[in-house]
Ligand binder design. Sequence first.
Ligand code: SAM
Length: 342
Amino acid sequence: MITNTKLETQNYDKVTVTPRFCYFTSKADNQSTLEREASYSLSRKRKFIHPKFFYDKTGSDLFEQICLLPEYYLTRTEMKILHDITNELPNYLKGNYALVELGSGSSTKTRKLLEALSSIQNQIEYYPIDISDILKDSSTSLHDEYDNLKITGIIDQYEPALEFIKHIDHQKKIIAFLGSSLGNFEPEQALEFLSSIHKCMQKNDLLLLGLDLVKDTKILEKAYNDSKGITAKFNLNLLSRINKELQASFDIKKFEHLAKFNKNQSRIEMYLRSKVNQEVYITSTGFSLKFKKDELISTEYSYKYDIPQIKEMAQKTGFNLQKMWTDKKNHFALALLSLREL
Ligand SMILES: C[S@@+](CC[C@H](N)C(=O)[O-])C[C@H]1O[C@@H](n2cnc3c(N)ncnc32)[C@H](O)[C@@H]1O
């Protein structure tokens, strides 16, 4: 376990739930972060809201529903790959490992990794990292299910939490970054983020990276335009969240969800489109925002990769590719990366 209490006193409050489960919450005020960032991003010529703000309680619940949708092949496919490699993954491990997970969400896929680790070690230290409070519930479930698990959760954004990860140096670690969450970063930022992960790792540490692959546009667009409209609700919930937390006056009925594949950029682009000319007031900031009919708020990019691109990203950021797994249809890839000396 991390014994360093410097982090605790400086940036985090520590909550000890049981001797096997504690979590750290960032002292940063979420509401003022949303206020500061949304004020900036919604007053740009091209308005946007950062996708990390999707994940309040309602957003995290809606994302779990998205994962179960028939159109959302990503979760199902990555789960199947993880299931198929449970016996093979330990061949790449040298001794005992702690498991770190970036954007752990419901920790459903985590169970496959715990199964793989449990086959070669008795005790497992698990460090889930997520911006959402969902971490408390998902970690409680894991704690109750696995007697051999010691959980230290970090409820924070990826970047500051990486500082935390640096302190895990008493044993080797495998860092899982699943769900194609790297795809939410623009290409340059994705490289920077991979380099930041690299800096937190030591010899024999591993990174398990799950990435969505380019495929037929129809399949891609259906995944983000499901027939039940759950993705639309997920997207529109951003405005409800801003209404709630910043006392804003978004009329949700006057916006609509839009998701399309941009082939040139190889990314799904998700927007909220204003159906009419309108003005919205944000009480907490005292700002009013004007929207023209059909004006867009960009809410998420989700980049889709091909295998050579993944190899190139790994190469550029100082990793060696240990193994790449894909499903039969080549819809999703799981790359196991180790450190290359730079
Ligand atoms: C696309 S979901 C993936 C969840 C899970 N890993 C999976 O594969 O199903 C992204 C997760 O990362 C978290 N997340 C998103 N942006 C984040 C950020 N900037 N910092 C920390 N966590 C973030 C969300 O709360 C959510 O649980």
